[in-house]
Design a protein around this ligand. Sequence first.
Ligand code: NCD
Length: 306
Amino acid sequence: MSPKHIISSAEIANREFLNRLFTRAGELEKKAELTLTGKLAATVFYEPSTRTRLSFETAMQRMGGMIVTTENAGQFSSAIKGETIADSTRIISAYADCIIMRHPQIGAAAQAAEVATVPVINAGDGAGEHPTQALLDMYTIEKELGRRGDFHIALIGDLKFSRTVHSLLYLLVLYPGVKVSLVMPEKLALPASCLTFLKKHQVPVEVYTDLTSVLKTADIFYLTRVQKERFDSTEEYEALKDVYILTDAEVSQMKKEARIMHPLPRINEIATSVDENPRAAYFRQAANGLYVRMALLEYVMLSDEV
Ligand code: NCD
């Protein structure tokens, strides 16, 4: 049987799978089990990470598994000597039961999956995708709103380069009654392919350049960091970096049950004074990453379903 890779959330486009995964994540949230005893995961990160790498590694260890890791693979692995992703992956496949990879290049995890003999999990490929973040985002939305569908989500900020947004869209179309507002400056517009995808799935989409238009109506406010590392010039980044800033003034206009999410790290997008507001769900969202990744690690390494 071929390994169960997690490369794009487009491939996870299945409600049954989400239901099973989230049910298991909920169980593991209550109590971790030692189901991964004897399993070893390799975390191979060619780009910086705090939450993604540490939550995957914590998930492995809390479930009795082990990890080998290279946190700055671009510098400290043989990549610096010119080794290809394919060659590195072949080698790591022989050591570990699962490869969790982050890389600055779009398509890097897919390249690895082509040659890997163990599951490859895409932990972010450049401005491409970040499917495990999308899974924890949907788990959070379901939990915070207490319903599976019928919500208005505003995606705000750098929708061009935010891989978490790209991956989230593929899952949003699985939910009934979802309305999407894109709040973005022209220079950071969502890629046309993503917009076409939403339209193809008949998701109502509205586009705004200002935040005020959605403040009173959205149920989920999903803010993103302007992705500094993807810009060609510092000036271009500086001109856009503070394009949307959420302060108490804006938050007070939101519905009481609205929720504010952010994949983190936050730079200036959300004032720290908002953190105490019950609508601020971003730290709970990051905590959920652990349980969803626990369930996902079980799925790729243990279950027999295809
Ligand atoms: C995101 C990423 O790496 O794409 N971070 C994360 O994994 N939570 C978002 C970001 O870096 O802005």
